[in-house]
Design a protein around this ligand. Sequence first.
Ligand code: ADP
Ligand code: MG
Length: 263
Amino acid sequence: MHSIAILNRKGGSSKTSVTVHLGGTLARLGRRTLLIDVDPQASLTQGILGPQSLRSDPGSTVAAVWGGDPLPERLVTPTGVDGLWIVPGHESADRWNLPIVERADIGGLRDFLREVRGDFDFVLMDCPPNLYRCSSSALVAATHVVTPAQPEDYGSQGIVVVNRAVRQIQDWFGTPEILGYLLVQVDRRLGIHQAYSEAIRETFPGLVFDTTMPVSATFKEAVAARLPVSHFKPKSAAAKMFVELAEEIERRLSGGEIHALAS
Ligand SMILES: Nc1ncnc2c1ncn2[C@@H]1O[C@H](COP(=O)(O)OP(=O)(O)O)[C@@H](O)[C@H]1O
Ligand SMILES: [Mg+2]
């Protein structure tokens, strides 16, 4: 089982969009995929299950993991898309998501994943735009990290901050590995996007995915229809882009970078 934290400290950097569309695409490719909404804002949950999901009992959401009493059979919820499940998020997790992080404090999500590891091929964890306890817990539970970043100044700053956080967790736990940086919301007509895309590729050789996520209304339309783009418009350029990303991810994972969760 590969567990991937989707993380950037910057808000609006397509973390939730990448989680839902990549998750749907992996499911369509036959991989049993679990999404975990680690962000107390719970946008992923609302996007997939609808606004009524936000009123759910915290005990059936990721808040139960933070509370230390998670029951997998209560938490893992079908999405309506074949092969795709979600552990919903809950706003009550805001109270738990504190900036001060201690090593002993952030193992709960990793322990939960150990219980369900036989059930899934991929786990994608959608993180909040900060590096407090929720994101740190996702890093501890992750075998790999994917950082979506816009090819602009703030986007590339986000990469540096994530790298620092990952190094801290690696020092403590030995994992995760950076799987790659994904350039998102790319507008090829913008000179600044071309310049920053090249600069980021030069600064982090081999780490930036060849596949990039362009600006496209199809991504927004799919979420409005409560579907991943793979199921909303499977033949669209937007859906094909995510198939290419999924294939690139699987190539990287089979290239010897696999760090399975220790049992
Ligand atoms: N490639 C894209 N093309 C068009 N709109 C996008 C794209 N990626 C994200 N968006 C939109 O940008 C906003 C922020 O994206 P989101 O995935 O919620 O970011 P984050 O989770 O990092 O805050 C959302 O309204 C989303 O629909
Ligand atoms: Mg988000």
